[in-house]
Design a protein around this ligand. Structure first.
Ligand code: NCD
Length: 326
């Protein structure tokens, strides 16, 4: 027991002060540790309520958000810390022409950690290189969204106990859906996953993400346009919204946005144990009547998002969760 405790200490130390641009910035044991911490936090809310006393988190959101920003903020508040920030580039000095580098550098003198959402791919990496405090990527354009993946992993693990051997369908906008890219990247590292990539031909998975699957011998994928062809095989069905804001052509968006609508009739063809995930917001992709189906896991995902952000924030700040033994 003693030696595993000191291993935990080492592992935990190595997260302190680190920026998280993608989950590749964490080892698999560190991701597993975050999942363990998440379970602990969920059942020890009072004990952890002063973990980050005196800390300040800055949430800098240059793009719209409901869940990600509010869950980051709630996570910090529930750990005893406080929050500053802005929810829109127009209310920041970006409007006056300030560079991201200068804004991040400035805020790093006020806050202990930054959660950044930005429309440009690579913005989180630029920010991480612009300051000496942890920057957590809360979504950079169509690239990555690592903390959503932590929420997704916690939700899948709660339903299935592990990721091993799962058939995971991802459906919708696989080109611009950053949550999809982050999730595939990370599940590949756990290994032994069959991916079913379901999208219109205009919105297929980028090659760099397919390469991740190709490079992992225990993982495989099929690409299809037909949700019903594969729904009966799936353990997880991850629905996504067509990312209107990343389209150049409004007509194209209108033509594609309702390609897949998961409804009660389609759910009848799925396994009784299948879990339906969606990072939200949904537009039309899931009929609201599916919400009452026990297989609908997307509001569990919302709660897991807050919990996993609590786990991550306390870890990068190096603040110990009271009573957590590792
Ligand atoms: C996602 C995002 O912003 O990438 N939302 C979220 O953070 N939960 C998905 C989306 O906007 O479609």
């Amino acid at each position: 027991m003693k030696s595993s405790k000191s291993e935990f200490d080492l592992q935990n130390k190595s997260l302190i002060g680190r920026s998280i641009v993608t989950l590749d910035d964490l080892s698999i044991p560190q991701i597993q540790e975050l999942l363990n911490k998440g379970r602990y936090i969920n059942s020890h809310r009072k004990e952890v309520a002063h973990t980050c006393d005196g800390r300040v988190l800055a949430t800098l959101f240059y793009e719209p958000s409901t869940r990600t920003r509010l869950s980051f903020e709630t996570a910090m508040l529930r750990l005893g810390g406080q929050v500053i920030g802005f929810a829109g580039a127009d209310s920041s000095s970006a409007k006056k022409g300030e560079t991201l580098h200068d804004t991040i550098c400035t805020v790093s003198h006020y806050a202990d950690a930054i959660a950044l959402r930005h429309p440009k791919e690579g913005a989180a990496l630029v920010a991480a290189n612009s300051c000496n405090i942890p920057v957590i990527n809360a979504g950079d354009g169509g690239h990555m969204h690592p903390t959503q993946t932590l929420a997704d992993l916690a939700t899948i693990e709660a339903r299935f106990g592990s990721f091993d051997g799962l058939t995971v369908g991802l459906c919708g906008d696989l080109t611009f859906g950053r949550t999809v890219h982050s999730l595939i990247e990370t599940l590949c590292r756990f290994g032994n996953i069959k991916f079913v990539l379901i999208s219109p031909k205009e919105l297929t998975t980028p090659q760099y993400v397919l390469d991740r699957i190709n490079n992992e011998p225990t993982c495989s994928y099929v690409q299809t346009h037909d949700l019903m062809e594969s729904i009966a095989d799936l353990d997880v069905l991850y629905m996504t919204r067509v990312q209107q804001e990343r389209f150049f052509n409004e007509d194209e968006y209108l033509r594609l946005r309702d390609t897949y609508v998961l409804d009660e009739q389609k759910m009848r063809e799925a396994k009784s144990t299948m879990a339906v995930l969606h990072p939200l917001p949904r537009v039309n992709e899931i009929d609201t009547r599916v919400d009452n189906d026990p297989r609908a896991a997307y509001f569990e995902q919302v709660e897991n998002g807050m919990i996993m952000r609590m786990a991550l924030l306390s870890s990068v700040l190096g603040d110990q969760l009271q009573g957590y033994e590792g």
